[in-house]
Design a protein around this ligand. Structure first.
Ligand code: FES
Ligand SMILES: [Fe+2]
Length: 363
């Protein structure tokens, strides 16, 4: 059992997380149990499960799950047959029953076992005692979330207040457009820390820095999520310099909302468009980041659309800048001379808030 780590709830006095939390496999295993097995994880989108029998599989930590539409609602199960642990689904598709891919035991869409071939000689074998083990499923707009812990509070408890704040942007009318995955050689928390502050903007993202009003940048923490305010800079009066700007401040951008939801999901919601990032730990120093875009009016083919191509290229460029710095940080977290640092109270309150939640869940 790892030693509890020190954490000061007062940011003006606090030191940052001990470096071992970012490199030691012991913490990776503990986070799997205490964070990822207990919180809501973004696993897919509603278009994948619209009709009765539509299903897709997903992973939370090392657990395989299957999400399906049973004709009335979304359901989720561990993708583990109760005979000898075969998978009852793979990939995605539409099936009216889940048949195990090992010996063919067959389950109905509500998880009950309906057929178990050649079990007739087995004494006191009662198929009713075998049901696929459920997981919790819920959706926010088009985003499907699942939670392994049946006792965890509902998704709305964790996202409390976001639906109201984003109502005018109507994320529920947005449809999936595209996905991009990146593998990053850092601990998932290094990536999240980096997302949660604008402090690195001037040095790491000079181009983006020109677009955003750095002085007005701030992070507003709530119970399980935080909201970043990053308004655009006013256009400079000099037309030549104004022409270099990629974003023009207008009514649309004032409505942009950048959420981070504990532990590992970012929801960037704009007028007519939404972008999600899911930060998936693969190991103590390996992380997958899944970027997905949604839009109220999705393009027929985003590659053929100039606006969308530019958007994705710009996002790629920013992501490359972030990847370079977080990978360098990850290497240095193993240094013999570094353990803990200090927070800039005005700029890193979002990081401190994340660390407070880590402390709450891990200790
Ligand atoms: S493991 Fe599923 S039928 Fe044997
Ligand atoms: Fe960044």
């Amino acid at each position: 059992m790892p030693i509890p780590f020190p954490f000061d709830p007062d940011i003006t006095r606090a030191e940052t997380l001990p470096a071992r939390l970012y490199v030691d496999p012991v913490w990776h295993a503990l986070e799997r149990e205490r964070i990822f097995a207990r919180t809501w994880q973004l696993v897919g989108h509603t278009a994948q499960v619209q009709a009765k029998g539509d299903f897709f599989t997903a992973e939370i930590g090392d657990e395989s799950i299957v999400i399906l539409h049973d004709g009335l609602a979304l359901r989720g199960f561990h993708n583990v047959c109760l005979h000898r642990a075969g998978p009852v689904a793979s990939g995605c598709g539409r099936r009216q029953t889940l048949q195990c891919r090992y010996h063919g035991w067959t389950y109905a869409l509500d998880g009950t076992l309906t057929a178990a071939p050649e079990m007739d000689g087995a004494e006191r074998f009662d198929p009713r005692a075998f049901r696929l083990q459920p997981v919790q499923v819920a959706h926010f707009g088009p985003l499907v979330f699942a939670c392994l812990d049946l006792k965890a509070p509902p998704l709305t408890h964790f996202l409390d207040g976001i639906a109201e704040r984003t109502a005018s942007l109507a994320p529920e009318h947005m449809r999936w457009v595209l996905r991009r995955d990146y593998e990053v050689a850092c601990n998932w928390k290094v990536y999240v820390d980096n997302f949660l502050e604008g402090y690195h903007l001037p040095v790491v993202h000079p181009q983006l820095y020109k677009e955003l009003d750095y002085d007005a940048y701030r992070v507003e923490p709530h119970r399980y999520w935080s909201l970043q305010h990053a308004p655009l800079r006013p256009l400079p009066p000099d037309p030549a310099r104004a022409a270099e700007r990629r974003y023009v401040p207008g009514d649309g951008d004032t409505a942009a909302q950048y959420y981070w939801c504990f532990p590992n999901v970012m929801l960037n919601i704009y007028f007519g468009q939404m972008q999600t990032n899911a930060i998936i730990p693969l190991g103590p120093d390996r992380t997958r980041t899944i970027f997905e875009w949604y839009a109220t009016e999705p393009p027929v083919e985003w590659q053929a659309d100039d606006g969308w191509r530019r958007l994705v290229e710009f996002s790629d460029a920013i992501q490359r800048e972030d990847i370079e710095i977080v990978e360098a940080v990850q290497r240095n977290l193993r240094s013999r001379v570094y353990d803990r640092g200090r927070y800039a109270p005005k700029r890193e309150n979002g990081v401190h808030h994340f660390h407070a939640l880590l402390h709450e869940f891990l200790s």
